[in-house]
Design a protein around this ligand. Structure first.
Ligand code: OSB
Ligand code: MG
Length: 354
């Protein structure tokens, strides 16, 4: 990474990822991504657990089997509990195979309604408020549609106060990555006064009960990220009033089918959604942008350009943000252009399963 991405759960200084390449007996090839982090501080999975789970548990279930489509893969993988990022790597690649066979873009297959999506910047924890304000300035001038600020205890109220002073009207939100508890209620109530679009995942990464109690005491909508691993989690969170918004990350929920299910449920229940990110490579961004094209994904997606984060890219089509803050939704069937030279250069571990 060009510089560390600092969040409430810790600092990300390098970003390995797991790429999954599926070859079918008909000679079709497609890529997917398990966009895990190097350390289990966001959720429990890491790049290493993904490698192990794909090799040891997922592959034997699908290898050399006649499989009709990605939905069937999703079904087969249900016997494995958890490990959603690992599953998503394989499931997304399977969707790309479907897209090739059916000659339809992923967005079309999912029922997407947009040709381009709005993007917002996710700004990590900086050394100073001045530095943060400078970055906001830059991103607004580049056309980004909203600003998300990473917060944690001690890097919250004063920061937001200063940002609002500088920018009274911008679309602004915060993401706490589970770094508060109900014991911080007074502080969270003060944040409630700054007209934020939402507060993302203030409390425990596996909690909905305390979030429900918090939501009752705040006007600002709570958006859940870490707590939502499936459409069932979404249903329960909505039913008890734990959130008013849900961040859909295809990786965190095990792939595109579950993303679509969460989207559909939220749309039915009047819960707003948007697509988050896990600092994906150009591979994962294609899937995220396709989900973000769904009609219910109304808030801007987290999808900062690869050039902001990384010294180099492993794909030739990065779906970069244009100068109006939009990313084009991939409209062709094989929109991922993996750069073979770069893949060779950066590969540190490779498992061939056949
Ligand atoms: O909480 O949304 C998060 C990155 C890694 C892990 C968790 C999160 C994030 C981000 C960056 O906020 C989103 C992006 O990919 O642009
Ligand atoms: Mg988040």
């Amino acid at each position: 990474m060009i510089k560390p991405f600092v969040t409430g759960f810790g600092s990300i200084t390098t970003k390995p990822t797991v790429l999954v390449k599926i070859n079918t007996d008909q000679g079709l090839v497609a890529w997917g991504e398990s966009a895990a982090l190097p350390f289990p501080n966001y959720k429990s999975e890491t790049v290493d657990t993904c490698m192990l789970v794909i090799k040891q548990y997922i592959s034997p279930l699908i290898l050399n089997r006649k499989i009709s489509d990605a939905t069937e893969i999703n079904n087969i993988l249900k016997v494995i509990k958890g490990n959603n990022l690992a599953k998503a790597g394989v499931e997304t690649a399977a969707w790309m195979i479907d897209s090739i066979i059916k000659n339809q873009s992923l967005s079309e297959l999912l029922g997407g309604a947009r040709t381009k999506i709005k993007v917002g910047e996710s700004i990590g924890i900086k050394n100073s408020i001045t530095e943060t304000v400078e970055e906001i300035n830059l991103r607004l001038s580049q056309g980004f549609h909203r600003i998300k600020i990473k917060i944690r205890p001690g890097w919250d109220l004063e920061l937001i106060k200063q940002i609002r002073k500088n920018y009274p009207n911008i679309s602004l939100m915060v993401d706490a990555n589970s770094s508060y508890t109900l014991g911080d209620l007074q502080l969270l109530k003060k944040l409630d006064l700054y007209d934020l679009d939402m507060i993302e995942q203030p409390l425990g990464d596996d909690d909905i009960i305390d979030h429900a109690s918090l939501q009752k005491q705040l006007t600002t909508p709570i958006c859940l990220d870490e707590s939502i691993l499936s459409v069932e989690d979404a249903r329960k969170a909505i039913d008890i009033g734990a959130c008013k918004i849900i961040n859909i990350k295809p990786g965190r929920v095990g792939g595109l089918l579950e993303s679509k299910r969460i989207h559909d449920l939220c749309k039915k229940k009047g819960i707003k959604t948007w697509v988050g990110g896990m600092l994906e490579s150009g591979v994962g961004r294609v899937f995220n942008a396709s989900v973000a094209s769904l009609p219910g994904c109304s808030y801007p997606a987290d999808m900062s350009p690869i050039s902001f984060y990384y010294t180099d890219s492993i794909t030739d089509n990065d779906f970069d943000v244009d100068n109006k803050g939009y990313v084009m939704v991939p409209k062709t069937v094989n929109s991922i252009i993996v750069n073979q030279t770069k893949i060779k250069k950066y590969t540190t571990d490779k498992i061939i399963i056949n």
